[in-house]
Design a protein around this ligand. Structure first.
Ligand code: ADP
Ligand code: MG
Length: 334
C-alpha cells in the first residue's frame, strides 16, 4: 500500500487518470477515474455552476471529479508555481475577480505587488477593495508589506486584549486582507547591484513576507505568492513552510516539481496553458478557470462601477489611511 501511495502521483500522470486506493481486508482496492480533464474552463460557465459551502471560497478549475475549489478559511496561504506562460497570472486574475465580485470591500481588502510592471493586476488597484495602488517597485512593495505588518500587529494585540479580558470569542469584524505577490523572486532575489539601500529594503520586505505568512493566518490575513522559480533562494524555507496549498503549473524539470509538490507531477503535466496540480489535503490535477483582462474588467466594472477610482500617484501610506479604518473601528460578523 505504502509503495503504491508513494508512486500514485506519477502513475496518475503517466496513465492520464486519477487513482483512489484503499485497503480492504486482504486486498488493495484501486479506483481508476478516467474522465478527461476539460481543455478549457470559461469563467462565467464555471462560476454560474453550483458552489460548495465555505467562508472565503475561490474556484480553481475542473478536475476529473468535477469543480475544484479552495476555501481560504481552511487554506489561508497559497503558493502558485510554474514556468512562464503556463497560467499563473491568469489564475490570479480569475481568483481576484471572483473574490472581489463576491465580497464587498468591508469584508475583503487587497494589497497587490507586481514587480514585473505588467498590466495584469493593474485594474485591481482601482477597486474600492484596494488598500493601495499595485506596488511595482521594491520600495513600494516594502511599504505595502510594512503596512500589512502593522495591521497584523494591531490585530494580534486586539486578540491579546480580548483574551486578557476573558472574551472567549475572537474579535471579529475586520476585513480579510489578501496580499498577492506576482513573481516573488523579483522581490526576494532580484539583483539590485551595489544599491545598498535597495538591498536593505529587499531584505526587509522578504522578512515581512515571511512574518505575514507565519502570523497572518490567525487574523484573517492571507498571502498568495506566485513564482516561476520555486527554489529556496527565491522562496525562502520559512515562507514556503507556511504556505498551505500549492497550485503547480507545468515546470521544466522534475527537480522543480519536487520543490513544489514533493513529486515529479508538475513536470509531467501536458504543455497546455492552464493545466495544473493542486496540492492541499489531496493532490488533484485540473484545468484552471480562464479569464481575460477584458472579461475581468467588465465583470468588476459591472459590480463596482461607481466605486472604482483612477490610480493615484500619492504615497501608499496616504491611500492606506483613507481606505483602511483602524481595525478597532470595524464591527459586525465576518
Ligand atoms: N486557465 C487558462 N485557460 C486557457 N488559457 C490560459 C489559461 N491560463 C493561461 N492561459 C494562456 O496562457 C497565456 C499565459 O498565461 P499567464 O498566466 O500570463 O502565464 P504566467 O503568468 O504563468 O507566465 C495566457 O495569455 C493565455 O493565453
Ligand atoms: Mg505571469
Amino acid at each position: 500500500m505504502a509503495g503504491v501511495l508513494a508512486r500514485q502521483s506519477s502513475l496518475e500522470a503517466r496513465c492520464d487518470c486519477a487513482l483512489r486506493c484503499w485497503e480492504e481486508p486482504g486486498s488493495l482496492v484501486t479506483e481508476v477515474l478516467r474522465h478527461r480533464i476539460a481543455e478549457e474552463v470559461p469563467y462565467r460557465a464555471f462560476y454560474s455552476g453550483p458552489r460548495p459551502h465555505g467562508r472565503c471560497l475561490v474556484g480553481l478549475g475542473r478536475g476529473r471529479r468535477g469543480s475544484l475549489w479552495v476555501d481560504l478559511d481552511s487554506c489561508p496561504h497559497l503558493l502558485v508555481g510554474g514556468m512562464t506562460g503556463q497560467g499563473k497570472s491568469v489564475f490570479l486574475r480569475q481568483a481576484l475577480t471572483f473574490l472581489c465580485c463576491d465580497h464587498p470591500p468591508e469584508r475583503l481588502r487587497l494589497a497587490l505587488i507586481d514587480l514585473k510592471g505588467g498590466v495584469e493586476l493593474a485594474h485591481f488597484g482601482m477597486l474600492p477593495h484596494a488598500l493601495c495602488p499595485v506596488a511595482d517597485t521594491v520600495a513600494a512593495a516594502g511599504e505595502t508589506l510594512s503596512r500589512v505588518r502593522e495591521e497584523l500587529d494591531r490585530r494580534l494585540s486586539q486578540v491579546r486584549r480580548s483574551v486578557e479580558a476573558g472574551d472567549s470569542a475572537a474579535p471579529a469584524g475586520w476585513p480579510r486582507i489578501l496580499v498577492v505577490v506576482d513573481e516573488v523572486a523579483e522581490l526576494t532575489v532580484r539583483d539590485l547591484g551595489d544599491d545598498r539601500a535597495a538591498r536593505a529594503a529587499q531584505q526587509a520586505a522578504t522578512g515581512r513576507l515571511c512574518e505575514i505568512a507565519r502570523l497572518g493566518r490567525s487574523v484573517d490575513i492571507h498571502l498568495v505568492c506566485c513564482t516561476q522559480r520555486p527554489d529556496a533562494e527565491a522562496v525562502p524555507g520559512q515562507l514556503k513552510a507556511n504556505l498551505d496549498g500549492t497550485v503547480a503549473f507545468r515546470v521544466r524539470a522534475a527537480v522543480n516539481s519536487f520543490i513544489l509538490l514533493d513529486s515529479d507531477r508538475a513536470s509531467l503535466l501536458p504543455p497546455h496553458p492552464g493545466r495544473a496540480v493542486f496540492a492541499h489535503e489531496t493532490v488533484e490535477e485540473f484545468q484552471a478557470v480562464d479569464c481575460s483582462v477584458e472579461e475581468s474588467r467588465d465583470l468588476l466594472l459591472a459590480r463596482w462601477g461607481s466605486g472604482m477610482v483612477s490610480p493615484t500617484t500619492g504615497p501608499v501610506s496616504q491611500w492606506w489611511e483613507n481606505t483602511c479604518p483602524p481595525s478597532d473601528e470595524l464591527s459586525g460578523p465576518s
